[in-house]
Design a protein around this ligand. Sequence first.
Ligand code: SIN
Length: 277
Amino acid sequence: MEISRLSGVGAEITGVDIRHLSDNEYEGIKSAFTENGLIFFRDQHLTEEDHIAFAKRWGEININRFFKANDKYPEIAMVTKEGHQEQNIGGGWHTDHSYDQEPALGSILVAKELPESGGDTWFTSMYKAYDSLSDGLKETLERMRAVHSAHYAFGTKSGDKQSGGTGGRIGNSDVADALENPVHPVVITHPLSGRKALYVNRAFTLHFENWSVEDSAPLLEYLYDIAIRDEFVTKFQWRPGSVAFWDNRATWHYAQNDYQGQRREMHRITLEGCALS
Ligand code: SIN
């Protein structure tokens, strides 16, 4: 097994079949995941059962409340864009589930059907984003918390009704509306690595605690711009058999929507996480 660190974020792991991992290989993968917050595998041959078995090695599976589930395997969320759909799932920088009180650890995404070209996923490092800040700003942000919400992305306020029908999301806007908005630290100490990471994102962060939306916006925008500096970003090109496993507490991701008229189907399993501090 070989682990190659990528220049932006993440590491690519080759020479391993994730259906049949030795204890040594599993430990090596775990270290790579902890260090990088994101790992990629190529040339895997996972059935749905294999995908679920691999996920269960890392923790409890979260059943997605907003995406269509696989017909046979409710543990697998379908991240599908049909040829006739214009919008995709995840088509903007975000980290999953920051709207939960205990945000999900991460997700394992398996490529099932890919467009002829395009459909890459971009990732960025929230460790590098934090590390790049000046000491004064780090200290200020470490004392702050921010309010996150699913209401505007998935709730009745989202105005996004494209999701019904085939593929995409399944609505459930009432479920999103009922979620109580959590307050998370703006800088978290990562529960696996112990490193500090910036923990706000454009999709789900509403404002800083005790700050108005308007007062929060300029500083949030500043942080969002820093987080996507070219040198922090990896643009992952999917191939048949590719698998990505990202940590939501250390990365953001962005599914590119540049393959209009073509179908893309990905299978996602998300793992339960923990409260952040
Ligand atoms: C997502 O989980 O946000 C979608 C990622 C992708 O389809 O590349």
